[in-house]
Design a protein around this ligand. Structure first.
Ligand SMILES: Nc1ncnc2c1ncn2[C@@H]1O[C@H](COP(=O)(O)OP(=O)(O)OP(=O)(O)O)[C@@H](O)[C@H]1O
Length: 303
């Protein structure tokens, strides 16, 4: 294991009977980074995270967390990692504070002060039994429990589900501070917009395969924009077809529509500006669409 990776998997594969949930995954999460692990429902994200936590045994391949084998050293892995499962298990009768005490006792660390601080930031009352908490507040409590021991690695399965926008913002700030302190975060989501504010790198999983890993900054440069323009006069398709990076170009008489990455926008707009413009629209596509536009082909044809 290299000194900079806190998570490393080699050929990690998981079958559930005839279902192949994860195929041959090679994934690295570096120390000090936030890695956004994206994929639609059923892509295999939860399976990956459960394999990393030693809660599932790989069918083949292996996962290392902080230099430990995730399956054979699972007790130590779970002691070191702050894990938020997709369906957090809470004790209905215990208050938030009692959960904090109980977990601190199990882990042999006193996280009370940190838990109190995180609860205040997320506007969570630790004095109420978990059965009285709303879905969003239960999620906040589960987050506080994952965060409170200030672990070197946080593994968070869909952490912002059910959180209101203010709590989401605070959560994002906490995640950024975590990496500022040199710790790492692996964050799964089916929505890119949830991770794009915090992730340094993003990996996309589809049908159990990792189809792309890229720095968010690179992805942003490639980020597709949808452009539409209506002109006073008919335009020549060729003038736009010649702009490098332009895709899905359609020119009908007085109107033009196309998609273009951020890096091609200036050239497209200059070309548009050579005509008399009646109407103009330019909107950034969802990053998911960008991913699919650039990576789907590779994935479909991957062996
Ligand atoms: N215990 C299980 N037994 C059988 N199949 C399973 C089991 N757990 C998951 N699967 C299947 O494995 C595949 C991957 O599921 P997984 O839960 O890892 O995906 P996911 O990306 O986390 O999706 P979601 O966001 O919906 O949880 C799916 O086809 C799912 O139906």
């Amino acid at each position: 294991m290299t000194g900079t990776s806190i998570v490393r998997t080699h050929g990690l594969t998981k079958h559930y009977g005839a279902t192949v949930a994860l195929r041959d995954l090679d994934l690295e999460v570096e120390r000090g980074e936030v890695f956004g692990y994206l994929g639609p429902n059923g892509a295999g994200k939860t399976t990956t995270l459960r394999l990393l936590m030693g809660l599932l045994r790989p069918t083949s391949g292996a996962a290392e967390v902080d230099g430990l084998d995730a399956w054979h050293d699972s007790v130590e892995v779970r002691r070191r990692v702050g894990y938020l499962s997709g369906e957090p298990a809470l004790y209905p009768k215990l208050t938030g504070a009692q959960h904090v005490d109980f977990l601190g006792h199990l882990r042999g660390t006193d996280g009370r002060l940190a838990a109190k601080r995180f609860a205040e930031r997320l506007d969570l009352d630790l004095g109420r039994p978990s059965r009285e908490l709303s879905k969003g507040n239960r999620q906040k409590l589960a987050l506080v429990l994952a965060l409170m021991s200030l672990p070197d690695l946080l593994v968070l399965d869909e952490p912002t589900g059910g959180l209101d926008p203010l709590a989401q913002q605070e959560f994002q700030a906490i995640v950024r501070e975590t990496t500022g302190e040199g710790r790492s975060v692996l964050l799964s989501s089916h929505v890119l917009s949830e991770v794009q504010r915090v992730a340094d790198r993003v990996g996309v999983l589809r049908e159990g395969r990792l189809i792309a890993v890229d720095r968010l900054a690179t992805l942003r440069e490639r980020s597709l924009h949808h452009i539409r323009a209506t002109f006073a006069d008919a335009v020549e398709p060729l003038t736009f077809a010649g702009v490098p990076g332009v895709r899905d170009l359609q020119v009908h008489d007085h109107s033009m529509s196309c998609s273009a990455p951020e890096t091609a926008l200036d050239a497209v707009i200059k070309e548009v500006g050579r005509h008399t413009v009646l109407d103009f629209e330019c909107a950034e596509a969802e990053l998911e669409e960008t991913f699919l536009a650039y990576y789907e082909k590779e994935a479909v044809h991957a062996p």
